[in-house]
Write a protein that binds this ligand. Structure first.
Ligand SMILES: Cc1cc2nc3c(=O)[nH]c(=O)nc-3n(C[C@H](O)[C@H](O)[C@H](O)COP(=O)(O)O)c2cc1C
Length: 237
């Protein structure tokens, strides 16, 4: 059975748009037979990485020296096939998500190679992770707004020698619903996200049409911008 380790890095946890998108994605994975464990970065008693000596690379490879609740998660992380990192765009990441990413450093074995013009490493044999996927939401209109977050997770994956299974991105995510609940367009987005999770487990990848259906514009750019600009009119300066 495919084992999935998922982290929701949103400070709003279950109530946020990150959860809305991530939960259906994980549901799709489970429908395809995966076993998914979901963790909230903000619920963990998490200390920042403080081992400047690269303990997890050169002193005790594959092991983290920081003693906190994240230690209890390493056995499950090591046994997982797919790592799902879910986060809102937060210029660029919520702090707790960055803390989690630093704690993924033991996954990397620093046996260096020069691949396509970049210094890269490989994954440590203690970890089984074969794919990393990013699930992300943001408030603004265009997909380029996710570039920094995508680059962070793609770069981490490529440095670890693990397949980056694609960014699952939902811009202006708050337009998936209104005062009355989910809109028809929002429901279609979530259905596509569920399909994406299913595809990743059942077929090994997510097709580009499904990714596009998750990310498609819900309003024209000018309309969204006007809406944001109207919201600040009530502030005197
Ligand atoms: C500190 C901060 C920085 C943000 N930066 C961006 C940004 O650069 N681009 C963007 O599209 N949204 C940005 N947002 C909006 C969030 O991505 C958006 O509100 C998202 O829905 C929050 O996730 P959540 O619903 O899971 O809490 C930012 C929000 C905060 C609080």
């Amino acid at each position: 059975m495919t084992k999935v380790f998922a982290v929701n890095g949103s400070p709003t946890m279950e109530k946020g748009d990150t959860a809305l998108l991530l939960n259906v994605f994980l549901q799709g994975m489970e429908d395809a037979g995966a076993d998914a464990a979901l963790h909230y970065a903000s619920k963990l008693d998490l200390k920042p990485c403080s081992c400047g000596q690269m303990y997890c690379w050169y002193q005790n490879p594959g092991e983290c020296c920081v003693q906190d609740e994240f230690q209890t998660l390493y056995p499950s992380l090591k046994a997982s096939d797919i790592l799902v990192l879910a986060t809102p765009v937060y210029i660029p990441l919520p702090g707790r998500m960055q803390d989690v990413m630093n704690r993924l450093c033991p996954l990397i074995k620093p046996k260096l190679a020069f691949r396509e013009g970049r210094t890269r490493a490989e994954s440590h044999s203690a970890f089984n992770i074969k794919k990393i996927v990013l699930v992300s939401v943001g408030g603004w209109w265009e997909l380029e707004n996710f570039d920094t977050v995508v680059r962070i997770v793609r770069d981490f994956s490529e440095t670890a020698g693990v397949e980056f299974s694609g960014p699952v991105l939902r811009p202006h995510s708050f337009l998936m619903y209104d005062e009355t609940g989910m809109t028809a367009a929002g429901t279609a987005v979530l259905e596509a996200a569920r399909k994406a999770g299913h595809q990743l487990v059942a077929e090994g990848s997510i097709d580009s049409e499904t990714l596009a259906a998750i990310s498609r514009p819900l309003v024209p750019e000018a309309e969204l911008r006007a809406r944001y600009n109207k919201a600040i009119e009530r502030f005197p300066k």
